[in-house]
Design a protein around this ligand. Structure first.
Ligand code: NDP
Length: 294
């Protein structure tokens, strides 16, 4: 194995530490405590784990955590009414509605109802548009975490060839926008891309956000490339019968060729919540008219 393993867990802990320091200063100097409201509808097991971790890390960072757990049969009107209350609550600086939502609720409608200034997930169309036009936005947490890891390893990204595999609104598209903003030459690949392996082989930066275990193999990777594996796939281990998490990249073969790679778990995942906390701090500072953290 030649690749450096990018330690997302340690990097995320560093960011959370910085956020906690800034939160403490905000409380001390201005009497402001950032507040993050997380709304969970239903009992999706993966979502429950995410929400639990978000609550824990929000509190550890010195922020106020407001958890709203609603039953699976909650109507769209009820959820919209809660979002309206959170929009109006001055103690709430960030609002996150955990996806997926049950079938009776239109997720687009709910996201559109969140005050863009409190949209710490960066999914509101205003924030999407601001990012796309190079203006100050709240940026989706997972791609923001990927960008931080890339900048940390590579320094300037200007002029680099980047291939993003996946074009979802929550990962692939905003990732491509962020890389473009950093002056990469960006290719966005997806399920209709022809000769995907050949396209990926051009890349100095590969971001895989597909949801297919081990799809990207070492023979797709340009030697020395930086590989960011966003995928979180639960698979059954043939030998033990137990389940475990793997990424979209076949770790062993990719690590043999890449210059650096993120592991799954312990790569992109921990960065996502750290960036959520950073976004909540940013939203708080903007609401108070204070300088934003770097
Ligand atoms: P989506 O299912 O919304 O999007 C997947 C994308 O992959 C689509 O654009 C799809 O193309 C593309 N795709 C599917 N099959 C292929 C293929 N064979 N070849 C090329 N492209 C393909 O997923 P998300 O973006 O929401 O998530 C992607 C992965 O990242 C998942 O494993 C998810 O669990 C993980 N994730 C991890 C997070 C973290 O914190 N680490 C946060 C969010 C997601 P098309 O558009 O043509 O259908």
């Amino acid at each position: 194995m030649t690749a450096e393993i990018i330690d997302g867990k340690a990097f995320a802990a560093r960011i959370r530490g910085e956020v906690a320091g800034q939160v403490a200063a905000l409380r001390r100097d201005h009497g402001i405590v950032p507040g993050l409201a997380v709304v969970l509808v239903g009992e999706d097991p993966a979502s429950q784990v995410y929400v639990r971790n978000k609550h824990k890390q929000t509190v550890e960072a010195g922020m106020e955590s407001f958890e709203h757990r609603l039953p699976v049969e909650t109507s769209e009107e009820e959820l919209l009414a809660l979002v309206a209350r959170l929009n109006a609550d001055p103690a709430v600086h960030g609002i996150l509605v955990q996806l997926p939502l049950p079938a009776q609720i239109d997720a687009d409608k709910v996201i559109a109802a969140i005050d863009p200034a409190k949209d710490v997930d960066g999914f509101h169309i205003s924030n999407v548009g601001l990012l796309a036009t190079g203006q100050k936005a709240l940026v989706p947490c997972t791609p923001l975490g990927c960008l931080m890891m890339l900048r940390d390893r590579l320094g300037s990204l200007s002029g680099r060839e980047a291939v993003v595999i996946g074009r979802s609104n929550i990962v692939g598209k905003p990732m491509a926008q962020l890389l473009l903003r950093d002056s990469c030459t960006v290719t966005v690949a997806h399920s209709r891309t022809r000769d995907l392996a050949e396209v990926v082989r051009r890349a100095e930066i590969v971001v895989a956000a597909v949801g297919r275990p081990g799809m990207v193999t070492g023979d797709w990777i340009r030697p020395g490339a930086t590989v960011i594996d966003v995928g979180i796939n639960r698979i059954e281990d043939a030998e033990t019968g137990k389940t475990r998490l793997v990424g979209d990249c076949d770790f062993e073969s990719c690590a043999a060729v890449a210059g650096a790679i993120t592991p799954v778990p312990g790569g992109v995942g921990p960065m996502t919540i750290a960036c959520l906390l950073a976004n909540t701090l940013t939203a708080t500072c903007r609401a108070a008219g204070l300088p934003e953290p770097e």
